[in-house]
Design a protein. Structure first.
Length: 364
């Protein structure tokens, strides 16, 4: 009986997952239609990922998704997204991971510190609660909604404060996801390392960074940019392990109550999966060398995983779009959004300045 109930519960996610897949396929169809019929080329000026999230926002606000659908959409955002990010690891060599990571770490530290200082100063001018300021700061500087939800218990944040902060990060993160790939191509003149570092440090959510990198790759044929952005963001995510205890100390100092939290519960484990996929790729390349009878099979397997990564990320962005309720955002008031907007712009500017300085000093 217990197993039957488990099976029934697991099947409840299927409609929402199928809906996300339909949006993914439909978005690819629209992308092909725009490219071939409107521009007479093989590549549309609007990426499949962008079409998926915009379609999701339109449909999600025109028609209220049923609760049964939301179960599958939530599953897509939480688990299929992470699987897609893990699969992105198949594109990288271990040497590239270490190279990009070494460059990214000092930039990440500078961006995190800058946002924390800025938000602390802003709340003196824009009156919002200190809890809200902590949530916006860690969401903007580290890893979006995941960081907000993980930080909330250790500072006793209210549900409304968590909702405001998540809405904040979602709104400005989605805008950055859509705009920054084109801005990066223009500003950095097609340099993949700079564009990837910028996307990986300036955009909030892991899903948004992966989607922005995918948009850049699809539009400007730059897989290196996607690789750099993904590595940078995943390293940035691991700073949760440092930042949450720090925020707990800063907020609760002088308080005799012990706030409990688990390091294991906040560590982003899909980072390990991503690194594992890099290792699989590198071991496979050594085993199935060009002369091997299985070389073509191995290359086909790699391409299959790459396609799955793209499909899973596009499905996730469609699910994110459907889940965004624009009327709820309008009802939340403007003050937290002012802080979030300034923080988002600041992290972008600091990312550019620190990156240009670092690359000029250490890599020239």
């Amino acid at each position: 009986m217990h197993k039957i109930l488990e099976f029934q519960n697991s099947t409840k996610i299927i409609p929402g997952v199928i809906l996300a897949l339909v949006f993914c396929l439909f978005s690819q169809g629209i992308n092909n239609l725009i490219a071939i019929e409107l521009f007479g080329t093989t590549k549309s000026p609007i990426s499949t990922v962008m079409i998926a999230i915009l379609l999701g926002i339109i449909m999600g606000n025109a028609f209220t998704p049923r609760p049964g659908m939301m179960l599958g959409l939530d599953f897509t955002q939480k688990y299929i997204l992470k699987l897609g990010i893990i699969f992105l690891g198949i594109r990288l060599s271990f040497g590239e991971f270490l190279k990009f990571g070494t460059i990214a770490i000092p930039l990440i530290i500078v961006c995190i510190f800058s946002v924390l200082v800025l938000v602390k100063l802003l709340i003196k001018k824009v009156p919002i609660s200190s809890k809200m300021s902590y949530l916006i700061a860690i969401g903007t500087s580290v890893c979006g909604a995941t960081a907000i939800v993980a930080t909330a218990p250790v500072i006793n944040a209210k549900k409304t404060e968590v909702a405001y902060a998540v809405a904040n990060i979602t709104l400005f993160g989605v805008i950055a996801m859509i705009v920054y790939p084109y801005f990066a191509e223009w500003y950095f003149d097609g340099e993949p390392l700079k564009a990837g570092l910028f996307l990986g440090t300036a955009i909030h959510e892991t899903s948004q960074v992966a989607a922005a990198g995918l948009i850049y790759d699809q539009q400007f044929n730059s897989p290196e940019t996607l690789n750099v952005a993904t590595v940078t963001k995943l390293i940035r995510n691991t700073f949760l392990v440092i930042m949450i205890p720090l925020f707990a100390y800063l907020y609760n100092r002088g308080d005799d109550k012990n706030k409990s939290y688990s390091m294991l519960s906040i560590f982003p484990y899909f980072v390990i999966g991503f690194i594992g996929m890099i290792i699989v790729r590198n071991i496979g390349d050594q085993i199935f060398i060009i002369e091997s009878d299985f070389y073509e099979t191995w290359k086909n397997f790699i391409n299959y995983i790459k396609v799955l990564a793209t499909v899973f990320l596009t499905m996730s962005m469609a699910a994110v779009g459907i889940s965004i309720n624009l009327s709820e955002l309008k009802s939340m008031g403007y003050k937290p959004f002012v802080v979030g907007l300034i923080a988002a712009i600041t992290v972008g500017i600091v990312s550019i300045i620190s990156m240009e300085t670092y690359l000029k000093v250490f890599l020239n």
